[in-house]
Design a protein around this ligand. Structure first.
Ligand code: S3P
Length: 279
């Protein structure tokens, strides 16, 4: 099994689709799987000239649904994203995004990957590609317990990779004590906090989430998990009313403060060019 590695998005068995789109739905398609990198690039190409991705992309039409029928979220207006290029940064250890479905784990992770040239892996996409089945089918055919066992397996695989990535985890990752132990031991855990009601507004196609059936059960699940997310977390960011870019910058600030990121070392060519320029 190829391990996730390298810089850029979507390594390992999910070469391009592992990193998520800047949306709260994790870039899933109507068939329950997440959108492939190729299709995403095509969609990006269709945006109007000069339209930026991420924060500004939705500011004109916050209520607009995505091609898969989902509302984009968290909301992206009022982005603090500066126009200048950000210097690439490197992760000292994996960063695991946890939080309830619709928290924006995948969106934020993908935004950060683009802005700071991190590697980003969506654990659900990784799992679906490895298993050759979408999560909805794994639940339907084998049940939740089987899904959880696979989830633990991929968490260990991705978390132990020698190349640390931003890892957006499924909302139920904190259910198993074994997973909580892995998260704590292997990296930094970021809890993106969201209420079930806000999450419901961000996820319009709930059929891809077998555990997001109705709002009452989602509220109960979210409430039961909230202390588990908080206990696992090194960093907690409230997402309510914030844009993906705002959340990403908040996370980045916290990671820098903790010493989890450092400027990326220049490669040989860049160092030589700098020497030439200075001589
Ligand atoms: C789940 C969340 C989903 C996915 C699966 C189970 C959960 O991921 O892993 O449907 O138990 O909360 P997202 O949080 O990315 O939607």
């Amino acid at each position: 099994m190829a391990k996730p590695s390298g810089n850029g998005q979507g390594q390992g068995p999910a070469p391009s689709g592992a990193a998520a789109s800047p949306r709260g739905d994790g870039g899933r398609q109507n068939d329950g799987s997440k959108r492939s990198g190729a299709r995403r690039r095509k969609r990006r190409g269709k945006r109007g000239a000069g339209q930026r991705e991420g924060a500004a992309a939705s500011s004109a039409a916050p209520e607009k649904r995505t091609a898969s029928g989902r509302k984009p979220g968290p909301k992206r207006q009022g982005s603090p994203a500066p126009k200048r290029e950000e210097a690439p940064a490197a992760l000292a250890r994996p960063v695991f995004f946890v939080g309830f479905m619709g928290a924006g784990k995948t969106s934020v992770s993908r935004y950060m990957a683009r802005r700071w040239k991190f590697s980003a892996i969506d654990l659900d996409v990784y799992l679906e590609r490895r298993e050759g089945r979408v999560i909805r089918d794994i639940f339907a055919e084998d049940g939740e317990a089987a899904f959880r066992a696979i989830e633990t397996d991929v968490l260990r695989e991705v978390g132990e990779s020698p190349n640390p990535s931003l890892v957006s985890c499924g909302g139920g990752i904190v259910e198993r004590p074994e997973n909580r132990e892995l998260l704590e031991r292997l990296g930094t855990v970021v809890h993106l906090r969201v209420s079930a009601d806000e999450a419901a507004g961000r996820i319009s196609n709930k059929s891809t989430r077998p555990l997001f059936n109705d709002i009452e059960s989602a509220r109960a699940l979210c409430e039961r998990r909230a202390p588990l997310y908080d206990a696992a977390a090194d960093v907690v960011v409230d997402t309510a009313g914030k844009s993906v870019a705002q959340i990403a910058y908040e996370v980045m600030r916290a990671l820098r403060r903790r010493g989890d990121v450092r400027p990326q070392p220049k490669d040989g060519q860049a160092a030589a060019e700098e020497r030439d320029a200075l001589s």
